[in-house]
Design a protein around this ligand. Structure first.
Ligand SMILES: Cc1ncc(COP(=O)(O)O)c(C=O)c1O
Length: 512
């Protein structure tokens, strides 16, 4: 790698001079380093081969030249993600300060790689990880990578909404005690909080239960990166004692897709091991656009941390008020679940449409066809909309109008008992685990007809969506009960995720 002087030239050789840079130089060290590096008058003989856009005219025309000019490799003045000493170190330190962490890592592989690294850093092969049955798929791959063995907790499930909620402290305590009864200790506990629908578990109590036994708590906070920035928002995972919190900065904040942050607190986690795991899981050519977008998102929040979300919160309140009084639609809130969940994200609006006698999928189509409205998530009986820093009053008015039109066109005054799955309950207990997810992943597989699969060891993750709770996980014995549930929800329109054969006429099993 070239050794360079840190000086740029006084005459920029590109259009950057004309680009407005809204952040002060000192407020975003990595953004600033990227800007001044791109402004240098240089002859480039390095990667990437698009050569600052000159070799990629098609996409460069579409995105504008700025994206390519700043898509730079690990030049000395841009620091090194895996051994940071300069701009990345400073940018991560600024982020740690703002998010209340003792250390923060920038991630270019999304929260996915942060969850995987957190599991690998806390669990060795054979160790037990306690986690919700509906944890994101990255937790399952974390189990495969680490060799840890899962102990699942079943989240509360509301069959009218067809939505799963969080995990209660008493469930975590019971899982720990069950392990203790057989002479085992959990290596870590992983909690998803908030859920995709914004439901928050009581992390305060969960971390107390775990820390009294020195068990570290990893929080999948993919959907909660904004929580520290408005009094109406739920408390953050770190404020509630989490040891590791992984946030998809790109989901609600303003960084680029795939960019996330991993925050650490307390002294239960080995910092070096986290760094090593992240280096193992991420590209050795991390994108500086992604990294700088994290620095930029942090600087944007840091400028005005107490008020930045005020407009978004007000717009969300307004939307809830209007939609809440619309005939035939309902809003998901904490009363939709038994007690035990502490908060729900005010920026996540989940609209129930079953009283309109239509599914979430039909409502989605109608809103698209009539109003060009795109929700974040579509469920069997609901739609979820996300309000963020870019949401305008015009967008909100369009949403409210769209929902009112839905009501006008579909509500006939007849209330139905809205249990979309007609009493189909997910299995109360799940199949026994015969192989760890890791052993099942590496086992030789064969494909069998679904009717002949009972008693075999499942070789793939099979998860009906909705509700997104996996019914079979690699290594579990396939039971009659699991199969009949899967076939019933498939007939009712659920999509089967994870299985190679989406129609489930066959299933991959382990050959042992
Ligand atoms: C709960 C949860 N955790 C983790 C992830 C993975 O996040 P990312 O897309 O940043 O890798 C997602 C993605 O949707 C998610 O919903």
């Amino acid at each position: 790698m070239r050794l360079v002087s840190m000086q740029g030239t006084s005459e920029p050789n590109n259009v950057l001079a004309d680009l407005p840079v809204v952040l002060e130089a000192s407020s975003a060290p990595l953004v600033q380093a990227l800007k001044s590096t791109a402004e240098q008058d240089v002859a480039c003989f390095h990667f990437p081969g698009h050569n600052r856009g000159k070799a990629a005219p098609n996409l460069s025309n579409l995105t504008g030249p700025g994206a390519f000019l700043h898509d730079l490799p690990e030049l000395p003045e841009l620091d090194d993600l895996f051994s940071p000493k300069g701009a990345i170190l400073d940018a991560q330190a600024e982020a740690a300060k703002l998010f209340g962490a003792s250390e923060t890592w920038f991630l270019v592989g999304g929260t996915t790689c942060g969850i995987q690294a957190s599991i690998m850093a806390t669990c060795c092969p054979g160790d037990v990880l306690i986690l919700p049955r509906n944890a994101h798929i990255s937790a399952t791959s974390g189990l495969v990578l680490s060799g840890a063995v899962p102990k699942y907790i079943l989240p509360e499930y509301n069959s009218c909404w067809d939505i799963a909620a969080g995990i209660r402290p008493s469930q975590v305590e019971a899982a720990i005690k069950e392990l203790e009864d057989v002479g085992k200790t959990a290596a870590a506990v992983l909690i998803t909080s908030p859920t995709y629908h914004g439901i928050c578990s009581n992390l305060n109590e969960i971390t107390k239960v775990c820390h009294s036994r020195c068990i570290p708590v990893i929080v999948d906070e993919a959907h909660g990166a904004h929580f520290g920035f408005h009094p109406n928002f739920p408390s953050t995972a770190l404020e509630q004692g989490a040891d590791l919190a992984v946030q998809s900065t790109h989901k609600v904040l303003s960084s680029l897709t795939q960019s996330s942050m991993l925050h650490m607190s307390g002294n239960l986690i080995d910092t070096e091991r986290i760094s090593k795991c992240l280096q193992m899981l991420q590209s050795s050519s991390p994108s500086y656009l992604l990294l700088a977008s994290l620095d930029s998102a942090r600087a944007q929040l840091g400028k005005n941390p107490d008020a930045i979300f005020c407009d978004a919160v007000n717009l969300s309140l307004e939307t809830r008020k209007e939609i809440g009084t619309t005939a035939g639609v309902s809003l998901l809130d904490l009363s939709s679940f038994l007690s035990g969940f502490t908060a729900i994200d005010p920026l996540r609006i989940t609209l129930g449409v079953s009283q309109l006698h239509i599914s979430g999928y039909i409502a989605d189509e109608v809103l698209w066809e009539g109003h060009r409205i795109i929700p974040e998530l579509v469920g069997s009986s609901s739609l979820t909309f996300v309000i963020n820093l870019g949401t305008s009053r015009k967008d909100i008015q369009r949403l409210i109008l769209g929902v009112k039109n839905l009501s006008r066109n579909f509500f006939n005054g007849n209330k139905i008992k809205s249990d979309v799955w007609n009493g189909v309950r997910a299995p109360a207990t799940y199949s026994s685990m015969q192989l760890s997810p890791r052993d099942a992943f590496f086992a030789k597989k064969r494909r069998v007809n679904i009717r002949e699969s009972v008693g075999e060891i499942c070789g793939e993750l099979i998860c009906p969506y909705p509700p997104g709770i996996p019914v079979l996980i690699p290594g579990e014995v396939i039971t009659e009960e699991a199969l009949s549930y899967l076939l019933r929800v498939l007939r009712m329109g659920a999509a089967i995720r994870g299985a190679a054969d989406h129609q489930l006429s066959s299933i991959l099993v382990c050959r042992i």
